[in-house]
Design a protein around this ligand. Structure first.
Ligand code: ZN
Length: 307
């Protein structure tokens, strides 16, 4: 029998919850705004419980969460959102709450790591062992796999907060990150564009100087990731990237920045296939919940009567 999973994409503005066997077999889906932790988590649990009653038991649940989160298995606050600037959500248990309410294995990771996992399993990263997923939207995040393993390291990567050369003569905007000012997210997220140009990014005309500037910052970030992680492909999603003309601009600027130093044919000859849009679109994060759930089930101790 096909195992059924619950998937929760816990975002800062909305939650997306699904029940199914995977991206090709989604049996139920709902979304609701992120309000207080108590209310929002209760809505997610109630949805999964109701679907469980309707469709049969869930084998595991995966949570792809906004962060920062605690991913150290031996930590007393494993599975918590830790120090988020989002009001009310600091020190909130996510994985523990779901495990206690549903009694099944719970996989937990950042939304971008989960999206990277989903893209590698079912989307634009299929067949690759080293792979980065970035999202450029309300915030900027990046996650990935290195040699087949999701990259956690000390805490988890915070690619959106990398520092970039910032030419203040060309772009005097100070940036909006509450922690760093002009980090990548502070300069190039959707809200940063809105603040710099005093209008929503989606309303800026295609020939607006905002776009070459944006492509320049994203190209700097991509070049840094190429030089530090050596991924086989970089997938860039998120609301800002719905302007598809950004892709050729970023590719050209990345090629210029790397200046033929990284001598891989994937970059030198085929950069169109190296920097790409997501294969799973806006649902990569929620589908990542399925991937985390399947991995959590595989990692959980076998039932005693299964011998
Ligand atoms: Zn920052």
């Amino acid at each position: 029998m096909t195992a059924l999973y619950g998937a929760i994409e816990a975002g800062g503005t909305k939650f997306v919850c699904m029940v199914g066997a995977g991206p090709e077999d989604v049996r139920a889906e709902t979304r609701f705004p992120t309000t207080s932790p108590e209310r929002t988590l209760r809505q997610a649990i109630e949805f999964l419980r109701a679907e469980q009653d309707r469709q049969g038991p869930l084998a595991a649940v995966g949570i792809a969460s906004f962060g920062p989160v605690d991913l150290r298995p031996d930590s007393p606050t494993y599975g918590y959102i830790t120090s988020t600037p989002k009001a009310g959500w600091s020190n909130v248990s996510m994985a523990g709450a779901a495990a206690a309410a549903l009694g099944v294995p719970v996989g937990f990771d950042t939304d971008v790591n989960a999206a990277a996992l989903a893209e590698q399993r079912w989307g634009a990263g299929r067949g690759l062992h080293s792979f980065v997923y970035m999202t450029i939207g309300t915030g900027i995040g990046g996650g990935g796999l290195l040699d087949g393993r999701v990259l956690h390291g000390l805490v988890h990567p915070e690619m959106g907060h990398m520092r970039l050369p910032h030419d203040v003569a060309a772009d005097p905007f100070a940036g909006i990150c509450p922690f760093h000012g002009d980090c990548l997210e502070g300069l190039a997220s959707g809200p940063a564009m809105n603040a710099r140009w005093r209008q929503p990014a989606e309303d800026l005309p295609d020939d607006h100087p905002a776009w070459p500037l944006e492509a320049g910052y994203l190209a700097l970030a991509v070049s840094n990731l190429v030089c530090t992680l050596s991924p086989q492909r970089i997938v860039i999603g998120g609301g800002v990237m719905s302007k598809a003309f950004l892709f050729p601009m970023i590719r050209q600027k990345v090629a210029d920045l790397l200046n033929n130093y990284v001598r891989a044919p994937e970059i030198v000859d085929d950069i169109d296939d190296f920097i790409v849009a997501p294969g799973l679109g806006e649902r990569a994060g929620a589908f990542g919940g399925f991937a985390l759930a399947a991995d959590a089930l595989q990692a959980s101790p076998p039932e005693r009567d299964a011998v």
